[in-house]
Design a protein around this ligand. Structure first.
Ligand SMILES: Cc1cc2nc3c(=O)[nH]c(=O)nc-3n(C[C@H](O)[C@H](O)[C@H](O)COP(=O)(O)O)c2cc1C
Length: 194
């Protein structure tokens, strides 16, 4: 009987511990939703680096991840920036080119803050970022760019985005090469997100 009582007690304690764990995760998810802020973290990543950066932002903001996928994925030879006949070279040397997206328009209506991440290609954003911005309604949202690169910075890309889409409320972007979690948190704070 005593053993049965101990077993029941252990089950109750384990149940409470599990519930508290679930609540903690829920609290983290809800972090960004204070004051009605819902965060969408969109990213295009050809070789996985920007995807990891996007994941870090989603973890710190409780945001939802959205992969900006091209209709036709980029192969290694497509990404050969030394080859003037490669797909990326050809696409990037015509700034009016708009690579097609896989899937249709993303439902943005729920989100007030939208991050858009991408690799640096030829010292700016890949043209698929233009496709994505032009295919979605970003009016009234705060849009925050982030980038990974082999060393180039984000400034030229930000300038081009501001110039091409002046109707969007752009917040300060971040180059996410070698950044610590504290760097990311400082940036989020500057943008009023923490
Ligand atoms: C086609 C192409 C062009 C690139 N151009 C630049 C560049 O101008 N400056 C730079 O610092 N890095 C450049 N890179 C390096 C990428 O920005 C860097 O590796 C990035 O982190 C890759 O991100 P991803 O793995 O998410 O695709 C280029 C890479 C590719 C494939």
């Amino acid at each position: 009987m005593k053993r049965l009582f101990h077993l029941a007690l252990a089950l109750v304690v384990a149940g409470f511990a599990l519930q508290s764990c679930v609540n903690n995760n829920q609290a983290k998810k809800n972090d960004s939703q204070e004051n009605g802020t819902k965060v969408l973290v969109c990213y295009f990543s050809a070789t996985g680096t920007t995807e990891k950066a996007a994941q870090r932002i989603a973890d710190l903001t409780g945001g939802v991840l959205h992969n900006i996928a091209p209709e036709v994925a980029y192969t290694d030879s497509d990404l050969n920036w030394r080859d003037s006949l490669s797909r990326s070279y050809v696409e990037m040397h015509n700034r009016d080119f708009r690579p097609a997206l896989k899937g249709s328009v993303t439902d943005m209506s729920d989100y007030s803050v939208v991050f858009i991440g991408y690799p640096n290609w030829w010292n700016t954003h890949p043209t698929i970022i233009n496709t994505f911005i032009e295919a979605n309604d970003l009016q009234g949202k705060t849009v925050i760019p982030f980038m990974t690169s082999g060393g180039s910075n984000i400034i030229n890309s930000e300038n081009e985005l501001h110039e091409a889409y002046p109707g969007i409320r752009w917040a300060k972007g971040l180059l996410m090469n070698n950044v610590s979690d504290d760097d990311i948190k400082d940036w989020l704070k500057e943008n009023g997100l923490r």
